[in-house]
Design a protein around this ligand. Structure first.
Ligand SMILES: [Zn+2]
Length: 330
């Protein structure tokens, strides 16, 4: 029994279980602690702490604490033995393929705290605010551990290969990559992976990326800033800009283009200002096509050689970027 219980708790970490139950948390300071509203009492200020490393919780509001089984006992009002039975059944529930990207995103978010090289890379790319990293659900795929994590939850290797999470040799497809989940309709539907070691191209899982990044959050905005890359997006988010979206490159798909044109709005094009002029050429062409659809466009002129990411990495701030928006040419 004791060993089974330990295995069960390892297979289903407390934090994973809470997240499956839609518990929303943010990192509490450094390391492996998370805090959020307490699911066990009426909580108005986050007082429920989870230590992911120790796999334990404690609430400063109601004073309850313990492990996953204790949490099930309290939240479901079950006895210890009923809680174990509940957890075994919870684990044996048939695995829903549509839930996999969400689970992978959660897993990769947890890994970020375990790999200093990943956090170091984010810092190099100008991302240092743990709140922003948490809000964007940025994670890290070390490679070599996802397959075991998912197969112990009942997902078949065959399914994971079809989803593109494992390669044809059955190994993790994402290896030493920073991961951004792409959401649509409140679900994670794809994952973007950027290598932290090699200058290899970014990659996604096969299948839809869901159009423009986080489009649902800005669809109603009268003004939208469009950037090429997710690191551009992330530094602007960190600087407090919220009316943002990203097209994952300068060439928009038909769907992405239609999204920008679905109502009257102003689109600020904040593409790279690279030496060969390709970013600005793409911005000019896109502006022309958008204007033909009745969309107001403004080209944001960053200093030569910069994209929004490098602009912030080299010390640019929100006020300076705001000034560039105000000076943007039509
Ligand atoms: Zn509580």
């Amino acid at each position: 029994m004791g060993e089974d219980l330990e295995k069960l708790k390892q297979r289903l970490p407390l934090l994973d279980y809470l997240r499956q139950q839609n518990w929303i948390a943010r990192p509490a300071g450094h390391g492996s602690e998370f805090v959020g509203l307490c699911p066990l009492h009426r909580d108005t200020r986050p007082s429920f702490y989870v230590n992911a490393r120790k796999n334990l919780f404690y609430c400063h509001g109601c004073g309850q604490g313990g492990d996953l089984v204790r949490f099930i006992q309290l939240s479901r009002r079950l006895s210890f033995h009923q809680s174990l039975a509940y957890l075994q059944q919870h684990e044996a529930a048939p695995a829903d393929p549509a839930a996999v990207p969400e689970q992978v995103a959660v897993f990769y978010q947890q890994q970020l705290h375990r790999y200093p090289e990943a956090r170091q890379y984010l810092k190099q790319r100008g991302l240092h605010d743990p709140g922003a990293i948490q809000e964007l659900r940025i994670g890290y795929a070390p490679g070599g551990s996802l397959r075991r994590h998912l197969t112990t939850q009942g997902y078949s290797c065959d399914l994971l290969q079809r989803l593109g999470l494992l390669n044809t040799r059955g190994c993790d497809a994402f290896y030493q990559r920073i991961i951004f989940p792409c959401c649509h309709g409140g679900r994670v539907i794809n994952l973007y992976g950027r290598s932290i070691t090699a200058a290899v191209a970014h990659r996604f899982l096969p299948g839809s990326k869901g159009g423009l990044y986080a489009w649902e959050q800005v669809q109603q905005c009268p003004e939208v800033i469009l950037v090429e890359g997710l690191f551009d997006y992330a530094v602007l988010w960190q600087a407090g800009f919220r009316h943002l979206t990203c097209s994952f490159g300068t060439h928009l798909s038909t769907h992405q283009f239609q999204q920008l044109c679905d109502r009257r709005r102003t689109v600020y094009l904040a593409f790279d200002v690279d030496a060969n002029g390709s970013g600005q050429q793409a911005a000019r062409q896109l502006a022309q096509r958008l204007r033909a659809q009745g969309i107001t466009t403004r080209r944001v002129l960053l200093p030569n050689g910069h994209d929004p990411n490098s602009f912030f990495v080299q010390g640019g701030d929100a006020g300076q970027f705001q000034a560039l928006l105000e000076a943007a040419q039509s």
